[in-house]
Design a protein around this ligand. Structure first.
Ligand SMILES: [Zn+2]
Ligand SMILES: [Zn+2]
Length: 122
């Protein structure tokens, strides 16, 4: 038993839902920015564009305040570039490790990731 999920601030990626996914944009008092801890954070999808919906389905998300959210989307400075890359690597690595823990061959896990998300971030 891995105690990762007891300490990780993010929900374990769930099964895709039938309903069209919502990203939970509606702010919640208990939702805090990953970076600065401000509450009423927004939910940011780590993979955007055509991969935004699957990010919602799989929980590839991070809660951020409007200011940090804007910075991530602008991708305009070194901080944002590093952070965007870091989250994309984090969730790919996490997803692949979950498949491997379920008995999947590591190469197959990598192939399936690329099929699902379009590219390898690692
Ligand atoms: Zn966002
Ligand atoms: Zn913030």
């Amino acid at each position: 038993m891995d105690d990762y999920y007891y300490t990780c601030p993010f929900p374990k990626p769930g099964k895709p839902k039938k309903k069209r996914p919502q990203n939970g944009y509606k702010d919640k008092p208990s939702r805090r920015c990953w970076y600065c801890g401000r509450d009423y954070a927004e939910r940011h999808e780590v993979y955007g564009g055509p991969f935004r919906e699957i990010s919602i389905e799989m929980g590839f998300q991070v809660d951020v305040c409007p200011e940090h959210h804007r910075m991530l989307h602008s991708n305009g400075d070194a901080w944002a570039k590093v952070e965007n890359q870091k989250w994309r690597m984090y969730y790919q690595n996490k997803w692949e490790n979950e498949q491997i823990a379920d008995g999947m061959d590591p190469e197959e896990a990598r192939d399936r990731w690329i099929l699902m998300m379009g590219r390898n971030y690692l």
